[in-house]
Design a protein around this ligand. Sequence first.
Ligand SMILES: *[C@@H]1O[C@H](CO)[C@@H](O)[C@H](O)[C@H]1NC(C)=O
Ligand SMILES: CC(=O)N[C@H]1CO[C@H](CO)[C@@H](O)[C@@H]1O
Length: 420
Amino acid sequence: MGSVSLKIGDGTARFKRASFCSSAVNILMLFSVLTTNLFALYAFTSSSKDHQTHLFHNPHKNLSLISEHVSLILREIASSQKKLVKMEKYLLGYETMDISRPNIASELKLFLKHHQLPLGKDSRTGITEMVASVGHSCEKSADLLSQYMTYKVSGPCPDDWSLGQKLILRGCEPLPRRRCITKSVQKVGLYRFPVSLWKPVSEKILTWSGLGCKNFECLNRKKLGRDCVGCFDITSGYETQKFVKARGKNDFIIDDVLALASGGIRIGFDIGGGSGTFAARMAERNVTVITNTLNVDAPFSEFIAARGLLPLYLSLDHRFPFYDNVFDLIHASSGLDGGDKPEKLEFLMFDIDRILRAGGLFWLDNFYCANDEKKTALTRLIERFGYKKLKWVAGEKVDTAVSGKSEVYLSAVLQKPARV
Ligand SMILES: *[C@@H]1O[C@H](CO)[C@@H](O)[C@H](O)[C@H]1NC(C)=O
Ligand SMILES: CC(=O)N[C@H]1CO[C@H](CO)[C@@H](O)[C@@H]1O
């Protein structure tokens, strides 16, 4: 009996864990838990009714009958759990990439093939084979991926960076490596650091293929997101004042924030950092900042690099490729928003917390809250981490760029506690 309830308990645990996943999985889980429970209930009530009276005559025989029933139930539960795991794998795409199916590029097969270590098990790492990594969601975009992996080995790569980015945005991250030569772009007219931070970047040294805009004039007219309005104009306009001059109480000044930290801010990470202006202002203060950005609608990465700053080409769905407790500062704004799934923002917040050192600062800069619920949810999430609120401003401001309506923004500087 004890083991039956334990098994059912196990089933419930699986159900809870799956609640992070799609509702289809939830329904399946619910269905299975209900059916296994009903089955167990039926088996027990029917057997006890039928055999109760005989129990006194020959307890051993009837006991063995009960245990037979129990093992039958356990087998049933185990097999339905196996079926569920299979279904879950299928729905979530966790099954390893099936490279045996037709229309898979041979380069992809070759890349994904496991390679045994020549000397067997490596004593330091404990591994016996090398496995190439590719995002598990690549399976769902296998056709695009095959297209991406179709090229002449050692020849020039197709001009398809935007195809790669499309795959990344569909969760196919990391992309497989390729054995072709990427078209090189002559980077003429680069300035030496730190002059490079504020010098106009030549349009000729950026890649415009796969983009709607083909020049800066177009980019600066286009609304590229809440955090990049005319952000490619680094010689005039608001971009030159950002972080040094406040437009409202939601804008904090870099020097004020650095003063809160009482020194020790040397390296930072900017999430969704537009054209790299935060990193540029920090560079002027001898703080090295890595700017996380994709090239959605604009050549952000190349532009940031041309300014002499470090772009990190990675989607926000990817775990940050940094070790625990390494950053002194993390700066983020509306780009952090994971949409309507609260768990998405939670996963992100836990990862930010992971890479930030104790005593380090998390600067939430003009985070757009669509409504009061969103603000409350975000506040609750932040408070769960126990950060010290050094600055906290939730204010309304008129968003001239997007809607012209008054909207709620949250700005905060939070200090990670030393947890023991
Ligand atoms: C940055 O470092 C340089 C070289 O060490 C130094 O001359 C400069 O004063 C520093 N700037 C700031 C703002 O600390
Ligand atoms: C269902 C069943 O086999 N019950 C048994 C319980 O024990 C008595 C006594 O041996 C049997 O007569 C019943 O058949």
